[in-house]
Design a protein around this ligand. Structure first.
Ligand SMILES: *[C@@H]1O[C@H](CO)[C@@H](O)[C@H](O)[C@H]1NC(C)=O
Ligand SMILES: *[C@@H]1O[C@H](CO)[C@@H](O)[C@H](O)[C@H]1NC(C)=O
Ligand SMILES: *[C@@H]1O[C@H](CO)[C@@H](O)[C@H](O)[C@H]1NC(C)=O
Ligand SMILES: *[C@@H]1O[C@H](CO)[C@@H](O)[C@H](O)[C@H]1NC(C)=O
Ligand SMILES: *[C@@H]1O[C@H](CO)[C@@H](O)[C@H](O)[C@H]1NC(C)=O
Ligand SMILES: *[C@@H]1O[C@H](CO)[C@@H](O)[C@H](O)[C@H]1NC(C)=O
Ligand SMILES: *[C@@H]1O[C@H](CO)[C@@H](O)[C@H](O)[C@H]1NC(C)=O
Length: 515
């Protein structure tokens, strides 16, 4: 009792002479606390949105232009071990999966132009370096694979005039072109001189000309890409952050039958519009994939550095031969079987089909047509991207794709007369990032951990302080008014409630009286 009185005395006389000032501050604190609790999330969002925008000179811009990550690509090649029996005895191809052959990548964006309308234009620059110590063998390991330029030419000639096919057969005879080639892994990826492409370059009319005389599945990818890309920087609309606006001056693809399927409104997979929820659908556009790849939430994950994230993966029916993929089959039906995506129109009409590795999510008959491809395993063969939901940053990614060649049998060309209709797997690769550098991880950890703590601390702290002060002030007020009444009662035998307007003076008076 005595202590409380002292405190009241101090509060009312020493620092805060006017108790109503205490009460007012307390109410303000309480209100601030409630406002913080309600609006803190919005403020954090606004702050993140502001910081993420790719403005030349900002930290996010530097990270975007020269990502401080060590991406890699791991390649697994299907070596054909029974090429002769396959061609002569009609046995199934026996494949031996070799790899991984690992290349480290360095990503950079060059010739960046700020268009001043919320978009940036730039070119991708990717540099690949072979990593022998992480690989299963040197990249000059020699492998036997289908001769893709030749089989593309023969498959395409299927509907041409017969004399053309016969002419093709004699040219191939003269040039000694065989349906299988023995090349090194490095050549298969980065290019080798192909006699047919060389010939085509000289013979074919200019408009239909292939741009190269070398053939390689990653040909031309090492170095600066000639494609000019325009991407939303988030300055005008954060919900389009990192989304492509144009690819090579085009706003959409020219190949497919509907605008939706021709859309390129996806990101490159390294950043996404922020504030991702588990219900959101993300989209990635890749030029070689030739379409937008939708991604859906799979599960919650935590990166090795302790950053919480969501794993996103394509829906199981992404390459299904169904109604919603009909737009990707302009020449059909028949369309590509379940689990294959026909990218022929993006690959100079060569019959290239993409799938997931080991024909994951594809028609099981495709895997049965060959030997040596083990059953698909979602953990090893699924494509996924882990994102930090608040910032939309990719934490870890595995872009896994298998490249297949859909060969059509052409009996008029004797070299391939025995090559049956088959979807021939060539190789699969996974491109990805494992872990972000510690500086980025710790910032992301902070970005997830700090706001809830700060919000709780501010909200609860301010409210608690406000409540405490209110209690104190009210107690003091009640006590003093009570005492005042009793004092007056004793002194003047008049009970009068204290005037509401000027209580502090009387309180002071009363306290002085008591001493
Ligand atoms: C690939 O298969 C061929 C036989 O078809 C073999 O000669 C070659 O050594 C194999 N390559 C590797 C790297 O094992
Ligand atoms: C393929 O056929 C040839 C000749 O008919 C025969 O000598 C060879 O053993 C056969 N190989 C296989 C693997 O069946
Ligand atoms: C990049 O810009 C420089 C100078 O502006 C120019 O010479 C070069 O051709 C550009 N590179 C590409 C790939 O556009
Ligand atoms: C922004 O400007 C660039 C260059 O002028 C143009 O290519 C792009 O289409 C514009 N984008 C928007 C959204 O206006
Ligand atoms: C890619 O290009 C760089 C420099 O131009 C070169 O050092 C490197 O060996 C190339 N990588 C491959 C896999 O060819
Ligand atoms: C997310 O999806 C679930 C189930 O489909 C639904 O119940 C929920 O309302 C959705 N939430 C939002 C925010 O859309
Ligand atoms: C792949 O697409 C091309 C172009 O639309 C078409 O000509 C070809 O028949 C398709 N291949 C298959 C196996 O559907």
């Amino acid at each position: 009792m005595q202590g409380r009185d002292k405190l009241c005395a101090k509060l009312t006389s020493a620092f805060l002479r006017k108790w109503w000032f205490v009460l007012a501050s307390a109410v303000v604190l309480l209100l601030l606390g409630v406002i913080c609790a309600i609006f803190f999330g919005t403020w954090v969002r606004m702050f993140i949105d502001h910081e993420l925008v790719l403005r030349p000179g900002s930290m996010t811009f530097e990270w975007w232009a020269r990502p401080p990550v060590r991406p890699f690509v791991r390649v697994y090649v299907y070596n054909v071990t029974n090429a002769d029996e396959f061609l002569n005895n009609g046995s199934k191809p026996v494949l031996d999966e070799l790899g991984p052959y690992v290349y480290s990548e360095e990503w950079e964006k060059v010739n960046i132009t700020d268009n001043e309308n919320g978009t940036l234009s730039f070119h991708y620059k990717r540099t690949y370096t072979f990593m022998p110590e992480l690989s299963a063998g040197p990249d000059d390991d020699s492998v036997v694979v289908p001769n893709i330029p030749m089989l593309s030419a023969t498959s395409q000639s299927k509907n041409a005039a017969r004399f053309l096919r016969l002419a093709m057969a004699s040219i191939m005879d003269i040039l000694k072109i065989k349906p299988f080639v023995e090349v090194s892994v490095g050549q298969l990826l980065w290019g080798y001189e192909d006699p047919l492409l060389k010939l085509a370059k000289d013979v074919v009319p200019k408009e239909q000309k292939l741009p190269y005389e070398e053939f390689g599945l990653f040909y031309g990818k090492n170095g600066t890409s000639p494609d000019e890309v325009t991407m939303f920087s988030g300055a005008s609309d954060i919900t389009k952050y990192g989304i492509f606006e144009r690819y090579n001056y085009r706003e959409r693809l020219p190949h497919w039958t509907t605008d939706e399927c021709n859309s390129i409104s996806g990101s490159d997979g390294s950043i996404f519009p922020p504030h991702i929820t588990r219900n959101d659908s993300l989209a990635v556009y890749d030029k070689d994939l030739c379409r937008l790849l939708p991604l859906r939430y799979l599960k919650d994950v935590e990166s090795a550095a302790g950053v919480q994230g969501f794993r996103f993966t394509p829906p199981e029916d992404v390459f299904a031969n169904d109604e919603h993929n009909k737009c990707f089959c302009p020449a059909g039906p028949p369309c590509a079987p379940n689990g294959l995506f026909n990218v022929s129109l993006c690959q100079y009409d060569s019959p290239i089909m993409l799938s997931f590795p080991h024909f994951y999510l594809a028609d099981p008959r495709l895997r049965d047509a060959v030997e040596g491809v083990s059953p698909p395993d979602p953990e090893a063969h699924r494509l996924y991207i882990d994102v930090q939901p608040e910032m939309g940053t990719a934490l870890r990614a595995r872009a896994r794709i298998q490249i297949n060649l859909a060969v059509s049998q052409v009996v008029d060309i004797k070299q391939v007369a025995n090559f049956p209709d088959i979807v021939f797997p060539i190789l699969w690769f996974e491109e990805g990032i494992d872990e972000l550098p510690e500086a980025v991880s710790s910032m992301l950890r902070l970005a997830t951990a700090l706001p809830p703590v700060a919000r709780a601390a501010l909200g609860w702290g301010l409210s608690a302080l406000g409540l405490l002060l209110i209690l104190l002030a009210v107690t003091c007020l009640i006590r003093s008014s009570h005492r005042q009444s009793t004092l007056r009662l004793e002194g003047h035998a008049v009970a009068k409630p204290p005037p509401a307007k000027t209580p502090s003076k009387e309180k002071g008076y009363e306290l002085n009286n008591r001493r």
